[in-house]
Design a protein around this ligand. Structure first.
Ligand SMILES: [Mg+2]
Length: 240
């Protein structure tokens, strides 16, 4: 079994008791594979390795899909990483073109092969879309405030599919989990999935018609446990 999960609001979200149950269950099942699929940059994920309770991932997909590394060595997964790199025009070029978009503010966070911004209702989204298209890049808007510009065609779902193909992961054994619109591509990849209880408004509706997607009541880690039970990965519901 393979859990490919978003971090903030999902794997790291929910009640502390649910987090504890989920992490302990994963740590107790050696053959279980874990993939982090996050909007964070790698540098912002590494501090999690210092928390002994949090299970170590087998792979990390971060930068909203633009970075793929092996969980133990933190070495790039090749040739996939190079394939993504080739499609990136370079942060300077992207930042220069987007500097004229009204109401767009660059995020000061560690990031690779992507440029992340804040947007709001004042932002000229049409102009942003046009310029991103001009760059042959991918634009992902999420949580009502994050705008990520990524290499063309790259998103969380795309990168997970590349990884799954390279490592011959059985499609039926994968469960994806997320809470915002940057996770939508995961839900559209054809795997089983869970939209956790605290999802961004609109995401439950956007995923309602997709087959194999479970909409949990509980938040974050609790929602993942709920889905593991729903898909019969757990013999019994994990109670708090
Ligand atoms: Mg999230």
């Amino acid at each position: 079994m393979i859990l490919a999960t978003d971090l903030d609001g999902t794997f790291l979200g929910g009640e502390p008791a649910d987090q504890k149950s989920l992490y302990a269950w994963i740590n107790g099942h050696e053959k279980f594979q874990l993939v982090f699929v996050s909007g964070r940059g790698l540098a912002s994920i590494l501090p999690l390795f210092e928390d002994p309770r949090i299970p170590k991932p087998d792979f990390i997909i971060c930068d909203v899909g633009a970075t793929l590394v092996e969980g133990r060595s933190l070495e790039p997964v090749e040739p996939l990483q190079s394939l993504i790199e080739e499609r990136w025009p370079g942060s300077e070029k992207v930042a220069a073109l987007l500097s004229t978009v009204q109401g767009l503010v660059r995020q000061e966070v560690p990031q690779q092969r992507r440029c992340s911004y804040f947007y709001d209702q004042q932002t000229d989204i049409e102009s942003l879309k046009k310029k991103v298209e001009q760059l042959n890049c991918e634009l992902i808007l999420s949580a009502g405030k994050f705008a990520d510009v990524l290499p063309g065609g790259v998103n969380k779902g795309y990168s997970l599919q590349l990884l799954a193909r390279q490592y011959r992961m059985n499609k039926d054994h994968v469960l994806v989990a997320g809470d915002t619109f940057n996770d939508l591509s995961l839900f559209k990849s054809g795997y089983k999935g869970v939209v956790v209880g605290n999802a961004e408004p609109g995401l439950p509706e956007a995923t309602a018609h997709l087959p194999g997607i479970y909409h949990a009541t509980r938040e974050g880690a609790g929602g993942i446990l709920e889905a593991m039970h729903h898909f019969a990965w757990l013999q019994h519901p994990v109670t708090r």
